[in-house]
Write a protein that binds this ligand. Structure first.
Ligand code: NAD
Length: 525
């Protein structure tokens, strides 16, 4: 069998009179009106509990969008049992059949469910239509299509050499046990990809999304079911993280974790797994994409327009809540006046407000907790004599969790906002003397506790070469003359090292190989 060669899903533009805008507006209205009660999915069955929690759009927190049933430890156990019960049939199904299911899921996202999944992301996660189109519909389609391609390459790999009278082969077994998929609030495509990529390779999965993502996760689960993912293969539960972790990480059949989220949570999980290592049948696979503190470094030769565009797009799309968002910049003194003026002009032109108005480029941050944390950092910066608020700096939570795109110019490259991941629309800038480029390279590397993405902007080939070499461990995805966000599946495999994760590149063969445990068979005749 050959699967169709994957192509990236074309991004629709949602222009004012386009059919896609009409469809999306209708899906938004339907979503707001329905007030659905979202169940968990265990063994293919919808499971509801008496603990109902509310989902409210971050940009409109007076509106009740939906409720969902929160489960407890017993639901985690039920999900593991359902997964293990489904395991034998699923792993024995020919891989071509599994491929067909996920290719169908891609078509469902690209076609009939496109408006619904984008609307769910917009309402539940306060992401504007254009960002939702890229980060939920298109990227999820790409993950599914490209991973099916990589999966076929794995199963069709050349067998090892066999000598006379011997037949050697390598079998790609699924992991012995179940995989736990833990997904973050910020990307709907990641929510679909983490359970799907493990399941594609014949594994059974317990999937727990971050709570602000449940509204979109419910649509993904409907798509998986309609595509033909059998009951029990992917089980979706809403249980408090530590409660779920207590059951999962003590279970002998725990075989792997596919995680995307914060560094702190991942490190805690790794520690727990280490403590419990003797309890498992097999060493679990630990795959995690975690936090970022991503940089843009401009060289004096750079074009100021290129720098400011990379900064405003890189820092403020989706309110800076991308793991790859530009959150610290190093700008030479000679360029700073032009870069500053450009950024102030662009930021003043941005409209901020609810996602339902497509003119609003900036929407709300995800939760009140996040809002309060960001407001605290902004207030501290305002009170600090060494910091100049170049743009923004205001916030308002009366209707939603709105924070203005904020640019802070700091006089210390080690200032807290140059080092910590804030995960919001706050960009910190350090201005260096033009002849200090070499020194600033050292500072960038030293402060890259995380190492997810980074950019060098320069027209000087020697400077590009120097930055590429010296910063080789400071970013898993390195950009030359571009913003540090917007990796495309199949084009720029994505992931970071250091504090940013295990760098198993989402949407790649490297990642899929983590979900199999090869067996070598030698037969002698
Ligand atoms: P988070 O770490 O708070 O949550 C991630 C998941 O872990 C959620 O499902 C959460 O409920 C669960 N969880 C929390 N505590 C747990 C525990 N003790 N045991 C088990 N599960 C637990 O992350 P978030 O706020 O949802 O997402 C934002 C973070 O994700 C940022 O740090 C961002 O950089 C990172 N991120 C990284 C990438 C990447 O590719 N590197 C991509 C997207 C997001």
């Amino acid at each position: 069998f050959n699967v169709p060669a994957p192509v990236n899903e074309p991004v629709l533009n949602y222009g004012p009179r386009s059919l896609e805008r009409v469809a999306l507006k209708a899906a938004l209205e339907a979503g707001r009106a329905q007030q659905i009660d979202i169940p968990m999915y265990i063994g293919g069955k919808e499971v509801r509990t008496n603990t109902k929690l509310e989902i409210r759009p971050p940009h409109d927190h007076k509106h009740l969008l939906a409720t969902f049933s929160e489960g407890d430890a017993s639901h985690v156990t039920a999900a593991i049992d359902a997964a293990l019960a489904a395991k034998a049939d699923w792993e024995n199904l020919a891989w071509e059949q599994r491929a067909a299911i996920f290719l169908k899921a891609a078509e469902l996202v690209a076609g009939p469910y496109r408006a619904e999944i984008n609307a769910a992301t917009m309402l539940g996660q306060s992401k504007n239509a254009y960002q939702a189109e890229i980060d939920s519909a298109c990227e999820l389609v790409d993950f599914l299509r490209f991973n099916v391609e990589y999966m076929t390459e794995i199963y069709k790999q050349q067998p090892p050499v066999s000598g006379k009278g011997v037949w050697n082969r390598v079998e790609q077994r699924p992991l012995e046990g179940f995989v736990f998929a833990l997904t973050p609030f910020n990307f709907t495509a990641i929510a679909g990809n983490l359970p799907a990529s493990a399941a594609m390779m014949g594994n059974v999965v317990v999937w727990k999304p971050a709570y602000p993502q449940i509204y979109a996760a419910n649509v993904i689960m409907k798509i998986f079911k309609e595509a033909g993912v059998p009951d029990g293969v992917i089980n979706l539960i809403y249980v408090d993280g530590p409660v779920a972790g207590e059951v999962i990480f003590n279970h002998p059949d725990f075989a792997g974790i596919h995680f995307t989220g914060s560094t702190k949570v991942f490190q805690n999980i790794w520690q727990t797994i280490g403590t419990n290592i003797h309890k498992y049948k097999t060493y679990p696979r630990i795959v995690g994409e975690t936090g970022g503190k991503d940089f843009v470094l401009a060289h004096p030769s750079a074009n100021a327009d290129v720098v400011s565009t990379a900064l405003v797009r890189g820092a403020f799309e989706y309110q800076g809540q991308k793991c790859s968002a530009a959150s610290r910049a190093y700008i030479p003194a000679s360029l700073w006046p032009a870069v500053k003026e450009n950024m102030q002009r662009d930021i003043t032109s941005f409209k901020m407000g609810p996602v339902e108005d497509f003119e609003n480029f900036i929407n709300a941050v995800i939760t009140e907790v996040s809002f309060d944390k960001l407001a605290k950092y902004i207030d501290a910066a305002k009170a600090d004599e060494g910091v100049e608020v170049v743009a923004g700096g205001n916030y308002d939570k009366s209707q939603g969790w709105f924070i203005e795109p904020t640019v802070l110019k700091v006089n210390d490259p080690y200032y807290v906002t140059m080092c910590e991941e804030l995960f919001g629309p706050v960009l910190s800038v350090y201005v260096y003397e033009d002849d200090q480029f070499d020194e600033i390279l050292e500072v960038v590397d030293k402060t890259s506790i995380y190492a997810l993405t980074g950019s060098i902007i320069s027209q000087d080939r020697y400077a590009i070469e120097k930055a590429t070499t010296r910063l080789r461990n400071a970013a898993g995805n390195f950009y030359i003359n571009d913003k540090p966000t917007g990796a495309v599946v199949g084009q720029q495999p994505f992931g970071g090292a250091r504090g940013s994760g295990t760098n198993d590149k989402a949407g790649s063969m490297i990642n899929l190989l983590r979900w199999v445990s090869p067996r070598t068979i030698k037969e002698t005749f």
